[in-house]
Design a protein around this ligand. Structure first.
Ligand code: SAM
Length: 273
């Protein structure tokens, strides 16, 4: 069969067979496809095995390497375990993962297995709760908060609200969130830019993720000191002995080089270019 994900008159098609389906708070589907196992939530592709590292490595290593010593990490969402797997490569003391839907974690552990044992790591605590409520009531501080949420919909839309960003700002040194396709999902992208102005400094960086709408994917990173210096990033990458498939320090720096139309758009919302 062909699975088709449609966006505003465009579509991404992939051939595969459905191997799992469950209705929980989201409709969870898992396919075996020509790009490996694929997770779909409420009709939207969350990952394929072939390109998930192009997303997870950029989501996680960019903020982790911009921090001198990331020891306490909070991941919100990320039920497939890919962000958790990458965060553990920095040997943090503890990682809390707050995921709203336990069924996603269970399905991914059983059928996708990209966590490489991360779910069972003794430094990891998985909390099944709405990330928005968690940060509202949280008294702990984190070096980094990573938001690996799904496309803004009924369950995940509050993850792009001003209230959520304001609560995260109080809790961490560096914050990062996936921020959708700036090419095809302008409405979500601009809502993220608008609502995140609670942070002192914000920047956008890009990665190519072929199975996401248009392939052009963005991330918003925020904090107080977001300078990017290749030598420092390289030194940290080598000292921490990080092994990656897609990420490298040169790509890290170049991912902040944006096309003119995107620079102009983000400047309107007060972001650094
Ligand atoms: N990489 C993916 C993307 O950009 O399409 C995201 C993948 S990850 C599976 C998204 C996860 O966020 C899902 O497991 C979903 O259950 C979780 N999620 C959505 N809303 C949430 C919320 N309010 N609090 C915590 N987790 C949430």
């Amino acid at each position: 069969m062909w699975f088709v994900e449609k966006h505003d008159g465009t579509g991404f098609m992939i051939r595969g067979e459905k191997i799992f389906e469950k209705e929980s708070m989201q409709k969870i589907e898992i396919y075996s496809t020509s790009l490996g196992k694929m997770l779909v939530l409420d009709g939207k592709i969350q990952l394929t095995e072939k390109d998930e590292k192009m997303y997870h490595e950029m989501l996680v290593h960019v903020p982790m390497l911009m921090h001198p010593s990331p020891e306490k990490i909070l991941i919100i969402g990320g039920g497939d375990g890919g962000a958790l797997r990458e965060a553990l490569k920095h040997k943090p003391k503890e990682v809390k993962m707050v995921e709203i839907d336990k069924e996603v974690v269970e399905a991914c552990r059983k059928f996708i297995k990209i966590d490489d044992g991360a779910f069972d790591d003794e430094r990891v605590e998985i909390i099944y709760e709405d990330g928005v409520e968690f940060v509202k009531n949280c008294k702990e501080k984190f070096d980094i908060i990573i938001v690996d949420g799904s496309d803004p919909d009924a369950v995940s839309k509050p993850l792009i609200s001003r209230e959520f960003y304001a609560n995260c700002e109080k809790l961490c040194d560096i914050f990062v969130t996936q921020s959708q396709s700036p090419f095809l999902q302008n409405e979500h992208f601009e809502a993220i830019l608008k609502n995140s102005n609670v942070f002192k400094q914000r920047r956008i960086y890009l990665s190519f993720v072929p199975s996401y709408p248009s392939g052009m994917w963005s991330f918003l990173i925020a904090g107080e000191n977001l300078a990017i210096d290749l030598e420092t990033i390289k030194k940290r990458y080598e000292e921490r002995m990080i092994k990656t498939f897609h990420y490298n320090p040169e790509l890290h720096v170049s991912s902040f080089s944006l096309p003119t139309w995107l620079k102009e758009l983000i400047k309107k919302y007060g972001l650094l270019c």
